[in-house]
Design a protein around this ligand. Structure first.
Ligand SMILES: Nc1ncnc2c1ncn2[C@@H]1O[C@H](COP(=O)(O)OP(=O)(O)OP(=O)(O)O)[C@@H](O)[C@H]1O
Ligand SMILES: [Mg+2]
Length: 424
């Protein structure tokens, strides 16, 4: 029976069942991304439409030219996974070798039957249909249904239905592999960018510290305390820069729940300006505050927001270092025009940022400051804003200055503590 041409026609009721099954399969394909889960759903649908007790999906391993069981249904399905079929071995291997559908209604008497899967799964295969899954001429695997219910035989209609579903399964597998491949590639690319950023930055920091080491050795040998005292601060600064960079990298890489507490926002911003004053004086930059006094004490992630705003104020001061003109950095707080958010703006009248640079400033490790900058400040600040349900954006005009704007939701009250709601 397996060797005569298969009648391609389906009866009207078979047609309906197949169309039904296909529409469900196409739903699964758009909703389920996990390939094993997706194959299981396709196989369950196949079993249902083909009135069968079990099914198996084998995949082709091009490296060894073998078939292996990827998903099987039934109670002891997992036991079967270690079995591999060579080209021509068992019905799976024959499908691979001959690239055609097999209908076998007397499996136990058939010489070609490889009984290992039955033995391992303690399943007795009475009859089966197996068909190759191909995509654009490439062998993907074999889909197999086993034991038609009611002790009936499989026929050409069954083979036809299985082929239609096998085409769908092949597409699902190819798509899932493509997605997996792309994710992998993106992940590798992201790691590559991050690692080269870290390496480059640390290399710069080490380069500033390294020349001091032989000098320090000489100073120690000559017991030259004065020289030692000049060199040590250089090394201390380098070490603390490295420590700060590593902390920023960790802050950037970790997902973190905001720790909200009632905070006097204007006071927080004023404290940041005070902390920045020595450097602002050095750079001859005037610090200005324009606070909306109605802003009160919103809930916010005080410590993280402090660091984020401090970095932006520091950037604004650094950008104007030695510019000679009447430089200022203005910190503004206000309620958003549409309500529901509060806004913190840090404006400077420094050199501004050109369009190409502006598109990169929030990228981790982007910095124009050489060894003095990690390039994580704005990336972390933006992450903090987003973790708090808000945003951080930048507008700039070359020659006129730059404004960074935080928009954060006004949170009136904290969500009830979890334990309390669960008790209710
Ligand atoms: N106010 C500003 N005016 C001009 N350029 C700015 C301003 N703020 C940021 N930039 C540019 O954006 C880049 C990225 O800033 P970011 O704070 O992320 O890193 P950084 O200051 O270089 O290093 P660090 O990680 O130590 O903060 C800066 O190197 C600088 O080129
Ligand atoms: Mg910075």
């Amino acid at each position: 029976m397996a060797d005569r041409p298969i009648d391609e026609r389906l009866t009207a009721s078979q047609d309906e069942r197949v169309v039904d099954a296909l529409s469900r399969v196409s739903n699964f394909m758009s909703e389920v991304t996990d390939i094993r889960r997706l194959l299981t759903l396709i196989m369950e649908e196949t079993e249902r439409v083909m009135n069968s007790d079990a099914s198996a999906c084998m995949l082709y391993d091009g490296a060894t030219d073998e078939m292996y069981f990827e998903v099987t249904t039934g109670e002891k399905a997992d036991e079967v996974k270690s079995i591999r079929l060579k080209r021509g071995q068992g019905f799976g291997g024959i499908c691979l070798a001959e690239e055609r559908t097999l209908i076998v209604n007397n499996v136990q008497q058939d010489q070609r039957h490889d009984s290992r899967a039955d033995a391992k799964s303690q399943f007795v295969t009475r009859n089966l249909v197996a068909t190759p899954m191909r995509h654009r001429g490439e062998m993907i695997g074999v889909l197999e249904v086993l034991n038609k219910k009611g002790r009936r035989d499989y026929d050409d209609g069954d083979a036809q239905i299985l082929r239609i579903l096998a085409d769908q399964a092949a597409i699902a597998i190819v798509n899932a592999r493509l997605v997996e491949h792309n994710i992998q590639r993106e992940r590798l690319a992201a790691i590559g960018v991050a690692v080269s950023g870290v390496a480059h930055h640390l290399k710069n920091l080490i380069a500033t510290m390294k020349p001091s080491l032989p000098l320090l050795r000489q100073a120690a040998e000559k017991q030259n305390v004065r020289l030692m005292e000049t060199i040590l601060p250089i090394l201390e600064r380098g070490a603390s820069r490295m420590e700060q960079s590593v902390q920023e990298m960790l802050a950037y890489s970790k997902e973190r729940e905001p720790e909200l507490e009632r905070t006097d926002l204007n006071r927080l911003v004023r404290e940041i300006l005070e902390e920045s004053r020595p450097r602002a004086d050095q750079a001859m930059v005037d610090l200005r505050e324009e606070f909306d006094s109605s802003i009160g004490e919103p809930y916010l992630d005080k410590h993280r927001l402090h660091d984020a705003i401090l970095n932006i104020v520091s950037n604004a001061i650094e950008a104007q270092m030695g510019s000679g003109k009447e430089s200022y950095v203005a910190a503004r707080t206000r309620i958003g025009r549409q309500g529901g958010v509060f806004v913190i703006e840090i404006e400077d009248n420094g050199p501004g940022i050109d369009e190409v640079t502006l598109s990169k400033i929030f990228q981790p490790f982007f910095s124009t400051k050489g060894s003095k900058g990690t390039g994580l400040g704005l990336a972390v600040a933006q992450k903090v804003a987003e973790e708090n349900g808000g945003s951080l954006t930048a507008q700039s005009v070359v020659g006129r200055g730059t404004t960074f704007t935080f928009r954060l939701p006004i949170i009136e009250s904290l969500p009830e503590r979890k334990a309390a709601t669960e008790e209710d």
